[in-house]
Design a protein around this ligand. Structure first.
Ligand SMILES: [Zn+2]
Length: 436
């Protein structure tokens, strides 16, 4: 695959994936097109232990996914694993969301994860996610929806009403960020302002596309989040950057998926993309839950075999890194400021906030050499707190040797982040090498 195609594919993937549910749905479509077989966690699996090229995937909560391909004996060769996460910081709609305020309809939102809130103001926002409903036959069912068009905005307060805005501006998460959806004829809830009625209409419009599924009669629950409708774009005088929402971490999900699909792989290979990384990974579908371990167990005949397989396996945890920002260069250790378009970054932390060690770091550097890709190192300033990712969580849950890597980015957790245009392709080449 060429860089041009790769970047366009990444942009399409992010556009189609406004929520973790949509990211998994998009990945499922790509996997099924490539001939991967869907497994269900509730069925008995008949995955051949040593098949040539058996390709399968399984999802959990519609928001986490594991895909794998067996090429040789698991016991002898273990499995090359790659981890990323499907979720990104965002604003999630509350259960009783309608707010009527001065003739405007707003929706109450909770902040999901460590969102950088300032960039959410004055954006054209749409809404997407999963809706659970009672159908006309009295059964509970679920449907993904996406309003697609801009339906809301969080307007800034004019500087004339807040003269200190450029010096001291703080955002109150309860008071200041409810998106405005419409101007109401009356200052009260009418049929237009009933959110569940609106959802019922949207869900049924979606269901009409499938003649076999009966209509929704009642909305029971939902997980919906706002997103920016501005499409991802290649930007910069010489097209050096990709600007987009959710680069953290859909960039790694897409890159890992493309590497997994590559036909040349001789290794047993697995991709796990978990939800809930941005809120600590503690959930049934998160990296601290049993999803990965359960899948690995089902591929092994016994506990002993599982332990032996894990002992000869490897995990690369891919999640974006902080590039050194030219306006804030003192936020980085002077010797460890990753530069965009100079290759993926190995993340190191003496206190194991990242899982890399000298053995796995050496393995990744060697892979970069083999793939002819430059590589960088990141260590947070010694006087600053270090972030974390699914790497150390997976390593401690499973006991597998792990390295934390990622491409350098700016504005992590903004509604529009920035990555180097070449780095995702560099990472793809290294991951392809890893799987091969
Ligand atoms: Zn991340």
């Amino acid at each position: 695959m060429q860089d041009e195609n790769f970047v366009n594919g990444l942009i399409e993937f992010i556009k189609k994936s406004p929520t973790p549910f949509h990211a998994v749905q998009t990945m499922v479509e790509i996997l099924e097109d490539a001939g991967f077989k869907r497994l269900s966690e509730t069925d008995q699996w008949s995955v051949d232990k040593q098949p040539a090229g058996e390709r399968c995937f399984v999802t959990r909560n519609d928001s986490s996914i594991i895909a794998f391909q067996m090429n040789q004996s698991l016991l002898e060769h273990g499995i090359r694993m790659l981890g990323a996460h499907t979720d990104s910081p965002c604003l999630k709609v509350k259960p009783n969301p309608e707010i009527i305020n001065n003739h405007y309809l707003q929706l109450g939102v909770e902040v999901y994860g460590g969102a950088l809130l300032n960039p959410w103001f004055d954006r054209d926002l749409s809404l997407a996610g999963r809706v659970s409903y009672l159908n006309e036959n009295g059964q509970i069912d679920h449907q993904l929806i996406d309003f697609e068009k801009a339906i809301a905005v969080i307007p800034s307060l004019a500087i004339h009403l807040d003269r200190e805005a450029n010096e001291n501006h703080s955002i109150n998460k309860q008071e200041h960020i409810a998106p405005v959806l419409m101007k109401l004829p009356e200052n009260s809830i009418d049929k237009d302002a009933d959110f569940k009625k609106l959802l019922l209409k949207i869900v049924n419009a979606e269901l009409e596309k499938y003649t076999t599924i009966s209509n929704a009669a009642k909305i029971l629950d939902y997980e919906l989040s706002f997103y920016d409708v501005q499409a991802p774009a290649v930007v910069g005088l010489h097209d050096d950057f990709i600007a987009s929402a959710r680069l953290d971490n859909l960039l790694s999900c897409y890159t890992g998926l493309m590497a997994l699909l590559d036909k040349e792989g001789k290794q047993n290979k697995l991709l796990v993309c978990n939800d809930h990384e941005e809120v600590g990974s503690v959930s049934a579908a998160g990296a601290q839950g049993p999803f990965l371990k359960s899948v690995l167990s089902r591929l092994c005949a016994s506990e002993e075999e599982l332990s032996r397989v894990i002992a000869c396996s490897l995990m690369i945890s891919a999640d974006n890194a902080h590039g050194v920002h030219p306006n804030f260069a003192d936020k980085h250790d002077a010797n460890h400021g990753p530069i965009m378009n100079e290759g993926p970054v190995i993340k190191v932390n003496a206190n194991q906030r990242y899982s890399s060690n000298s053995e796995t770091g050496a393995m990744f550097k060697h892979l970069c050499d083999l793939a002819d890709v430059p590589v960088q190192s990141f260590v947070v300033r010694s006087d600053m707190a270090c972030g974390s990712t699914i790497g150390p969580i997976t390593a401690s849950e499973i006991g597998v040797r792990t390295v934390d890597v990622g491409v350098p980015t700016f504005a992590m957790h903004s509604i529009r982040e920035l990555a180097g245009r070449w780095d995702a392709f560099y990472l793809y080449r290294v991951l392809k090498q890893y799987y091969n």
